[in-house]
Design a protein around this ligand. Structure first.
Ligand code: NAD
Length: 480
């Protein structure tokens, strides 16, 4: 980790940022450190007036910001990246405290910001020209205006920055609303943005779900980029329809993986388990259903179990920890519901215990359920925790049909030694992103989005920029 600069930022005081200024509020709320269940610092709950002021500031600066040459916007974004990374250590610790992820992974998320930012700096806004005998048609893309970013708690830093960067690069202004469970890192991320961008370009208002709902109906916001659950995503889309706002929805999923019979069991099984348990299963594209060819079902399951038993679960600051706690008590109770359902129905725990041990933090041991029925809760739903079902299949067509038999379609994975054959299976899986011989690893280099009820549109990659742009087509007739 690079040493941090002498900090001018106070890492234990948190503000909303409106029109370039730090703002407090009459009401406050608190996050909870999931490793200890202890209350964290006070965070101001932004009022409707804060939202109005933020929108006014964002609208005021939009004409000049959108006209600022893209090279200048790039230069400022680069500087922003450098500014953030001067505080790598502080962000890593703060993220560990608010979210629970172990230091190695918290630092990984902080470093990923640099990757996301750096990659976007290479992008150009596309332009297209069509010409025939009597006319030239130029298709350009214009920024949308004021964007609202509504974010979840599982990757609070990366998912905020992942909206800020494309929005600002394309000439939009943006107001971020972090999850009330993990407000701290986002508030600091945007406090630092004030050292670089003109007031109103990047703002943050922390608050509860009500504030998110107000953003979705407000006529002064032109676009909502929402990452979160499917039920909330539906509410967001409905609310956005009132003003016909542009909307991008990055929602949940129930990612299947298909293990073909020719895999190297010892090599692949631990990776598949990691795909399921990464970030304690709290990843929208974590592996959530494992279909294994019957000819290798038992050895593959045994290898996953051996690896799973070697995983150390613990607090964010403990040595050698691979998995941290569940991020919040609400989610913890929800995950426990999947354990209970599995226990009550008598399904077999290949590894893990039916009863989640009570303790101070929200800890759950990684757990694999051996061949539960296809219509069970653990197979049909997204637990968003470290519990995953494994099932044998005999016929590949049947495995593909089972993988696709869901209302969601965010990610999927296929593993096989014959890469061409695995890729053929990948093409048949109904998901926004499919990984072959890797667990789910989103990257800034490619569009990320879901099909079916996993979302609408997508972000990142070259085409992801279009989510922040309106087409503007000029038809020029040569002579009359
Ligand atoms: P959530 O839907 O409960 O909350 C997400 C955000 O929406 C929060 O900031 C919340 O305050 C806000 N919100 C709540 N009600 C609102 C309303 N009516 N209008 C506007 N905003 C409102 O989701 P969560 O529990 O924070 O996140 C977990 C879910 O997110 C999982 O289902 C996961 O799969 C999904 N997720 C998806 C992606 C993706 O990129 N597809 C990434 C991460 C998480």
């Amino acid at each position: 980790m690079s040493p941090s600069k002498v900090s001018t930022i106070e890492w234990d005081k948190f503000y909303n940022i409106v029109d370039g200024q730090n703002r407090l509020a009459k009401s406050v709320h608190n996050g909870v450190n999931p490793s200890t269940a202890e209350k964290l610092w006070d965070v101001p709950i932004a009022t409707e007036q804060d939202l109005e002021d933020a929108i006014a500031s964002a609208r005021k600066v939009f004409p000049s910001w959108s006209q600022t040459p893209i090279d200048k916007r790039r230069e400022l974004l680069k500087k922003y990246g450098e500014t953030i990374m001067q505080y790598e250590e502080e962000f890593t610790t703060l993220l560990g405290k608010e979210n629970g992820k172990p230091q190695l992974f918290a630092n990984g998320e902080v470093k990923a910001m640099s990757l996301w930012l750096g990659w976007h700096l290479k992008l150009e806004i596309p332009e297209e020209t069509f010409e025939d005998d009597d006319k030239v048609i130029k298709t350009r893309y214009m920024p949308l205006g004021v964007c609202g970013a509504i974010c979840p708690w599982n990757y609070p830093l990366l998912l905020s920055l992942g909206k800020i960067v494309p929005a600002v690069l394309t000439g939009n202004t943006i107001i971020v609303k972090p999850s009330p469970f993990t407000p701290y890192t986002s508030l600091k991320l945007i406090e630092l943005a004030q050292e670089v961008f003109p007031p109103g370009v990047v703002q943050v208002i922390g608050g509860n779900d009500k504030l998110g709902a107000s953003m979705t109906t407000h006529p002064g916001i032109d676009k909502i980029s929402f990452t979160g659950s499917i039920p909330t995503g539906k509410k967001v889309m409905e609310a956005c329809a009132k003003t016909l706002k542009r909307v991008t929805l990055e929602l949940g999923g129930n990612d299947a993986t298909i293990i073909l019979p020719d895999v190297d069991v010892e090599k692949v099984a631990p990776e598949v388990a990691m795909g399921a348990f990464q970030n304690s299963g709290q990843v929208c594209v974590a592996t959530k259903r494992i279909y294994i060819h019957e000819s290798i079902y038992q050895p593959f399951l045994d290898a996953m179990v051996r690896f799973t038993k070697s995983i150390k679960v613990g607090g964010y600051d403990e040595e050698g920890v691979l998995l941290g706690p569940i991020q919040n008590s609400m989610q913890y109770e929800k995950v426990k519901g999947y354990f209970n359902d599995t226990k009550v129905n008598g399904y077999k725990f290949a590894v893990g215990q039916p009863d989640v041990a009570a303790g101070k933090g929200f800890f759950v041991q990684p757990t694999i359920i051996d061949n539960p029925p296809e219509d069970s809760k653990i197979v049909q739903e997204e637990p968003f925790g470290p519990i995953v079902p494994a099932m044998p299949y005999s016929d590949l067509e049947d495995a593909i049909a089972r993988a696709n038999n869901t209302l969601t379609g965010l990610g999927a994975t296929v593993w096989g030694k014959d890469v061409e054959a695995a890729e053929k299976v990948a093409f048949r899986l109904e998901a926004g992103s499919v990984w072959v011989n890797s667990y789910e690893k989103p990257t800034p280099q490619a569009l990320f989005g879901g099909v079916k009820q996993s979302g609408l549109g997508g972000e990142w990659g070259k085409t992801g920029l279009l989510a922040y742009l309106n087409p503007h087509v000029i038809h020029v007739y040569k002579t009359k």
